[in-house]
Design a protein around this ligand. Structure first.
Ligand code: SAM
Length: 282
């Protein structure tokens, strides 16, 4: 059907994101020791402005993620919505800033592929086994559950099913919870994405939602404080030294192209802070 074809096109975007991240890291824009296990080939060259765009995106997201983990002293959960082949869990493990539990959600078909990579690549599976207390991990084709990492196949447009699955894997709504959506809500209607964002606000009293998206579509209902920075601004507040370093990696002919690209995107973050952790100052 038409909607199956549309969903298939959406699922394919997870390869685009990871392929671009794989390429940019191969050039030295930032370090990701794990993306190679999800995308083997470095693949075709990407334009410098694309690499710089991804650099701003990944650095900007990471700054906010790390600030939340610090604020909560890792006594929290992270839920990555539409996680695709994202490697954040493994970075946090290596940097010793793992949340109590890290959840990922994506379409069952993507989740099945990710689980296959995890099962067959020891650098991916070892950290899960090391942080797990019993001998057996729960593993079926469409979900994997360990003490600290869990990946769930679900459609983000079906909230009752999503809620039931998160409960099944012991999400604790009372624990401070960070929601991430990096280029995900844009693939839903604004009605569907508002429902999702509202459900988070209604269900989690102490929470932060970080969304990377195009600037035009952003919603605030049910949240205490909302911030949005377009990527031009994010790029300008990233540590100068590192930006200077990556700008030397590849020559960029037309700076205007990069500016146009960065102006279309933004990172927004919204908080609800029942436990008064001071999230609004992040
Ligand atoms: N967040 C990852 C990143 O930035 O590297 C992947 C981004 S990719 C552009 C979008 C992801 O959202 C895909 O993996 C896709 O399958 C997922 N996605 C989009 N709509 C979804 C839905 N309704 N339910 C579950 N996953 C969805």
């Amino acid at each position: 059907t038409d909607s199956d074809t549309a969903d298939e096109a959406v699922r394919a975007t997870c390869d685009d994101a990871s392929t671009c991240k794989r390429f940019a890291t191969s050039k030295g824009y930032w370090t990701d020791l794990y993306v190679q296990y999800f995308v083997r080939q470095i693949g075709e060259r990407k334009a410098p402005e694309i690499n710089r765009g991804y650099y701003g995106r990944v650095r900007g997201m990471n700054l906010l993620i790390d600030a939340f983990l610090k604020k909560t002293q890792c006594d929290c959960q992270v839920v990555n919505l539409g996680a695709g082949l994202d490697t954040t869990f493994w970075r946090l493990k290596d940097e010793n800033i793992m949340p109590k539990k890290f959840f990922e959600v994506d379409f069952p078909m993507i989740v099945a592929r990710k689980i296959h990579h995890i099962k067959t690549k020891p650098p991916l599976s070892k950290p899960l086994i090391e942080t797990h207390s019993t001998d057996s991990l729960l593993l079926d084709g469409h979900s994997l559950d360990s003490d600290r990492y869990c990946i769930i196949g679900a459609d983000l447009r079906d909230l009752p099913a999503l809620e039931e699955k998160l409960k099944k894997f012991q999400i604790n709504p009372e624990l401070p919870t960070l929601f991430l959506s990096e280029c995900v809500l844009v693939y839903m209607t604004s009605e569907q994405s508002s429902k999702l964002v509202n459900w988070v606000a209604d269900t989690f009293p102490t929470t932060m939602f970080i969304n990377y998206e195009q600037k035009e579509r952003f919603l605030s209902a049910g949240w205490e404080s909302v911030n949005a920075l377009d990527m031009m601004t994010v790029y300008s507040v990233l540590p100068r030294e590192d930006v200077t370093r990556i700008e030397r990696l590849e020559f960029l002919d037309e700076r205007e192209l990069l500016q146009q690209l960065l102006q279309h995107y933004c990172i927004c973050w919204a908080v609800k802070d029942k436990l008064s952790l001071g999230e609004a100052s992040i």
